[in-house]
Design a protein around this ligand. Structure first.
Ligand code: PXP
Length: 244
C-alpha cells in the first residue's frame, strides 16, 4: 500500500548500540528487514566519516536487502570525495547530502548550501547523473531552499530539530518557517521531506504541511522499540501520521 506521506525509518541507532560492544548484536540489517515488514516505505542510513554507527559492510547488506525487497534505500552522506565514491558504487535509490562535523553528537543543523554552491553542485550532478534522487538536508529558510534549487537538487529535507526542541510561541514561529519554506520549495518544483527529532506528536504536526511527501525518523523509533518493539513503534508512528 502506498501512503500519501512516506515513512523512512533510520536504523543508525541500532548500529550505535551494536558498536557499543563491538560485536554483531543488535543487527541494523535485521532492524531494517523488520521495519520494511512493519510498513516502512524505505530505509535511511547515514554512513559517517568516522563510521561511529553504520559501517561500509552495513551499507553493502542494506543495499542488497532494499534491492531484494524493491524498497528505497536513502543514503545520508557528507559532501566528500570518499562518500561520493561509495554512493556511486552502490547507487542507492536516494542520496541525502548532510553536514558533518566529527565533534557533533548528531546532525545538529542543516547543510549550508547558500554560499557553497560551487562545492555542492558538482556532487549533486554526479549523483543525479548516476540515477539517484538527490536530497539536501537544510534548515527551512528561503535562502537555503533557493540555493538547493540552484544547485540542481530534486528534494529538500527540512531539519525539524529546532521545531522539536522549541515550545509555545517559539514553536509556532518555527512551524510557520517550515510552512513558508515548504511552499517555496514546491513552487520551485522541489519535493519536500522532513526529519530530525520527530516523535509521534511532532510527526503528526508535520502532516499539516501539505507539501511534505516523506518523513525520515530514527532516534525516537529505535528508543520506543525498547518498550514496545520496533514493529509496534512503526505501526504507531504510521497511525499518528495518518490520523491528521
Ligand atoms: N533525516 C536526516 C537527514 C538525518 O540526518 C537524520 C539523523 O540525524 C534523520 C532524518 C533522523 O533524525 P532522528 O534520528 O532524530 O529521527
Amino acid at each position: 500500500m502506498t501512503h500519501p506521506v512516506r515513512l523512512g525509518v533510520n536504523i543508525d541507532h541500532v548500529a550505535t548500540v551494536r558498536n557499543a560492544r563491538g560485536g554483531i548484536h543488535p543487527d541494523p540489517v535485521r532492524a531494517a528487514r523488520e521495519a520494511l515488514a512493519a510498513g516502512a516505505d524505505g530505509i535511511t542510513a547515514h554512513l559517517r566519516e568516522d563510521r561511529r554507527h553504520i559501517t561500509d559492510a552495513d551499507i553493502d547488506a542494506l543495499s542488497a536487502l532494499c534491492a531484494g525487497a524493491g524498497r528505497p534505500l536513502n543514503l545520508e552522506m557528507a559532501v566528500t570525495e570518499e562518500m561520493l565514491a561509495i554512493a556511486l558504487r552502490h547507487r542507492p535509490h536516494a542520496a541525502c547530502l548532510v553536514p558533518e562535523r566529527r565533534e557533533e553528537v548528531t546532525t545538529e543543523g542543516g547543510l549550508a548550501v547558500a554560499g557553497h554552491e560551487a562545492r555542492i553542485a558538482p556532487v549533486v550532478k554526479a549523483l543525479a547523473d548516476a540515477g539517484m534522487r538527490v536530497s539536501l538536508f537544510i534548515e527551512p529558510s528561503l535562502e537555503q531552499v533557493e540555493a538547493a534549487h540552484a544547485v540542481g537538487a530534486q528534494v529538500v529535507e527540512f531539519h525539524t530539530g529546532r521545531y522539536c526542541h522549541l515550545s509555545g510561541d517559539d514553536r509556532a514561529v518555527e512551524f510557520e518557517r517550515l510552512q513558508t519554506a515548504a511552499g517555496r520549495a514546491a513552487d520551485l518544483g522541489l519535493e519536500v521531506h522532513a526529519g530530525h527529532g520527530l516523535d509521534y506528536g511532532t510527526a503528526a504536526d508535520m502532516m499539516a504541511i501539505p507539501e511534505i511527501r516523506e518523513l525520515n525518523i530514527g532516534h525516537f523509533l529505535i528508543g520506543e522499540a525498547v518498550f514496545v518493539g520496533l514493529t509496534a513503534a512503526i505501526h504507531r508512528m504510521r497511525a499518528a501520521m495518518d490520523a491528521n
